[in-house]
Design a protein around this ligand. Structure first.
Ligand code: OOB
Length: 559
C-alpha cells in the first residue's frame, strides 16, 4: 500500500503526495522536477513576453485578448480578492468555469494566493459539486452567472444549502447576493511573498469516475509542470504556437497535454472556443491562426467532415491531437484526409500518464497506436489476471508509476487500496497491448465505465441513481458501441411489481437529482428479469457483460 498521506494530512497545509525518497531524488537528478511553480513560470513569462497575447476568448459577448502582462495583473487582482474574503492558504476552492479567459485568471489567481482549485466541469450539477466540495472540504466556490443558457447562481444556492462549509461563492458576471469576481480589487499587500513549495499539491483534478463518484487527484507543481513542459517538446509547442482549447478548459487534456498550461509555459497564445462545434471553432481558427488543437474522436470526425464544406480556411492548423477515447485506424485516416494536417494520438489520464504518437513517427504508428509515454521515467507494466508482467505483444492490464502519476487519491482510503499496487503502481483500468517499440494500443478496459465521446461515466454511479427511483426494482447500466459517440449508455430496468415507469420519467429523474446531463442513460430497456443467462451471475460486472452481449446479439439479429 502506498502511504495514503492525503487522507492523514488532510487538514494540514501544504497537501503533499508521497513519492518515496529515492524516487524524489531520481526525478530531481534526471531534471524532471526542477522546483518550478505555477505562479513562478507565469510571473516569469509576464516579463519575458509582456506584450504578447496570452489568452483570447469570449468573456460574455465580448471577444477579449489579454497580453501576458495583462493576464498577470488580473491574476494578482484575483489572488488579492480571494484572500480579502478571508480564505487561508491551503483552502480548497471549487472552480466551475467554462471556456472563457476568466478560467485562467481564476485558477492562476488561486495559485498566486496559495489556494487549491478543485476543477469541476460546466456540465456538473449539484450532486457532483456537493460531492467535490465535501470530499475536498472546500470553503469557496467560483462559478459563472450563466453559461450555455444555464444559471449557475441557482446551482450555487442549491449547493450552498447542502454544504454550509462552502462559505464563499464568487460569481463571474452579475453576482446578485454573492461576491463579484469583477469587483475584486488589487491589494498587493495581501499577497504571499513566497511562491508555493514545488512539491506541494497545486490543485485537485477529478477522475473519470470508473467506480462510483469521481475521485480527487492531487497534482503537485513539480509533477504537473513536468508533464506539460515535456509535452511541449513532443508536440512542438513554442512561443510561435497558437493553441485552441475546444474541449472544456478544466479537462486534463486541453489543460496540460500540452494544453493551455503548456502553451502559457511556452509563451504561446491560447484561444478559447466557447464550445467544440465546427460552427464556433472554425471562424476562430481562421481569425486567430490557430496551429494546434486537442479533440475527442467523435469531434475530430465531425470536424473532418465539416471542413469539406467550410467557408473558413483551416490552413494554419499544423497538428490535430485526438485522445480521450479510442480512435480506430479507419477514423484516424478520415481525420487526416478531412483536416489535411498532422494527426497526433494522445492516450492520457487525469491521474498522470500521457502517451503521444511522435510527430515524426511513421504513418502506420500514428494511425495504428495510441503512442508511447512522455517520459523515460514512466514505468509501464502490462500484467495478466494474476498481476504477472507480460512480454510485449501480449494484451493485459496497464499499470504505471512515474514522475507525474499520482501516488494516492485525495481523502479516499478505499479507492487507494484498490487502485495501487504495493510498490506504488497505479492500476489504470485500461487493457492494452505494448509493441516491441514500446507503443501502446488500447484494447479495452477492465472497469465498467462508459466512455461517451471522452466523458467517462461510472455504471455504478448511474445504477445508484436509478435504484433510488421509487418505481425501479433493479437497474444495470452497460456501454454499447455507438457510431457517433464511440460508446453510449444503456440502462436495463426491472420495474417494481405493479409499476410502469416511463423512459422519459427516468431521464427526468436525473435532472431532479442534479446530475450532469451526459450521465443520463442514452437508451433505456425495460425487462422483466435480467434473463436466464444472467441467473447465477455473482457480480454486477458479470451481469453487465451478459446484458451487454445479449443486446449486441439482438441488434445483430435484427439487421
Ligand atoms: C483523458 O483523461 P480522463 O481522465 O478523462 O480519462 C482517462 C481514460 C483512460 O484511462 C482511457 O480509458 C481513456 O480515458 N482514454 C483513451 C484514450 N485517451 C484516454 N482510450 C483510448 N484511446 C485514447 N487515446 O481522457 C485524457 C487526459 C489527458 C490527455 C488525453 C486524454
Amino acid at each position: 500500500m502506498p502511504q495514503s498521506s492525503t487522507s492523514t494530512s488532510r487538514h494540514q497545509y501544504p497537501l503533499k503526495q508521497e513519492w518515496p525518497a529515492e524516487l524524489v531524488q531520481k526525478y530531481r537528478e534526471a531534471g524532471y522536477w526542477r522546483g518550478e511553480t505555477m505562479t513562478g513560470f507565469l510571473r516569469h513569462n509576464a516579463s519575458e513576453f509582456a506584450e504578447r497575447i496570452a489568452i483570447a476568448g469570449f468573456s460574455g459577448d465580448q471577444w477579449q485578448r489579454w497580453t501576458y502582462a495583462q493576464l498577470w495583473n488580473k491574476v494578482e487582482t484575483a489572488a488579492a480578492g480571494f484572500l480579502a474574503l478571508g480564505l487561508q492558504p491551503g483552502d480548497r476552492v471549487v472552480v466551475q468555469i467554462g471556456n472563457m479567459p476568466e478560467f485562467y485568471s481564476t485558477v492562476f489567481g488561486l495559485f498566486r494566493a496559495g489556494l487549491i482549485p478543485v476543477y469541476a466541469l460546466p456540465a456538473h450539477r449539484h450532486t457532483e459539486i456537493v460531492h467535490f466540495a465535501r470530499k475536498a472540504e472546500a470553503s469557496a466556490y467560483v462559478t459563472m452567472q450563466q453559461y450555455e443558457q444555464f444559471d449557475y447562481r441557482a446551482l450555487a444556492r442549491e449547493v450552498q444549502a447542502q454544504c454550509p462549509a462552502l462559505e464563499h461563492v464568487v460569481i463571474i458576471g452579475e453576482a446578485q447576493e454573492f461576491h463579484a469576481f469583477h469587483g475584486f480589487k488589487a491589494q498587493p499587500g495581501l499577497l504571499p511573498t513566497q511562491d508555493a513549495d514545488p512539491q506541494a499539491v497545486a490543485f485537485l483534478q477529478i477522475s473519470g469516475g470508473s467506480t462510483g463518484l469521481s475521485k480527487l487527484i492531487p497534482r503537485t507543481h513539480d509533477d504537473y509542470i513536468y508533464s506539460f513542459r515535456a509535452s511541449n517538446e513532443i508536440c512542438n509547442i513554442t512561443e510561435r504556437s497558437v493553441y485552441m482549447v475546444a474541449l472544456p478548459a478544466a479537462h486534463n487534456f486541453p489543460m496540460s497535454s500540452p494544453g493551455a498550461f503548456g502553451a502559457l509555459y511556452a509563451g504561446a497564445a491560447v484561444v478559447l472556443s466557447p464550445n467544440p462545434s465546427p460552427e464556433a471553432a472554425f471562424p476562430l481558427i481562421a481569425q486567430e491562426q490557430v496551429t494546434a488543437v486537442g479533440l475527442v474522436p467523435p469531434l475530430a470526425l465531425l470536424w473532418a467532415q465539416a471542413a469539406q464544406s467550410s467557408a473558413y480556411a483551416l490552413t494554419s492548423l499544423q497538428v490535430v491531437q485526438v485522445g480521450g477515447a479510442k480512435l480506430t485506424p479507419e477514423a484516424a485516416r478520415r481525420v487526416i484526409g478531412g483536416l489535411q494536417c498532422q494527426l497526433q494520438q494522445v492516450f492520457g489520464m487525469a491521474e498522470g500518464l500521457v502517451n503521444y504518437t511522435r510527430l515524426n513517427d511513421s504513418e502506420e504508428t500514428i494511425i495504428g497506436t495510441q503512442g508511447r509515454p512522455i517520459s523515460p521515467g514512466d514505468e509501464i507494466l502490462v500484467v495478466d489476471d494474476h498481476g504477472h508482467p507480460l512480454d510485449s505483444g501480449k494484451t493485459g492490464y496497464l499499470l504505471t508509476r512515474g514522475p507525474y502519476t499520482l501516488r494516492a487519491y485525495h481523502n479516499d482510503d478505499a479507492a487507494n487500496a484498490r487502485s495501487f499496487t504495493e510498490d506504488g503502481f497505479y492500476r489504470t483500468g485500461d487493457v492494452v497491448l505494448r509493441t516491441a517499440e514500446g507503443y501502446l494500443i488500447v484494447q479495452g478496459r477492465a472497469t465498467d465505465h462508459i466512455n461517451r465521446a471522452g466523458e467517462k461515466i461510472s455504471a455504478e454511479e448511474i445504477e445508484d441513481h436509478l435504484l433510488a427511483h421509487p418505481q425501479v426494482f433493479d437497474a444495470t447500466v452497460v456501454s454499447v458501441p455507438d457510431e457517433f459517440l464511440g460508446e453510449r449508455s444503456c440502462a436495463f430496468i426491472i420495474a417494481k411489481a405493479g409499476e410502469q415507469p416511463r423512459a422519459i420519467e427516468l431521464k427526468q429523474w436525473f435532472k431532479t437529482r442534479g446530475v450532469a446531463a451526459f450521465k443520463i442513460p442514452d437508451q433505456i430497456v425495460f425487462v422483466d428479469s435480467f434473463g436466464t443467462t444472467a441467473v447465477g451471475k455473482t457480480s454486477r460486472k458479470e451481469l453487465r457483460a451478459t446484458l451487454r452481449q445479449n443486446l449486441l446479439d439482438a441488434e445483430k439479429n435484427a439487421k
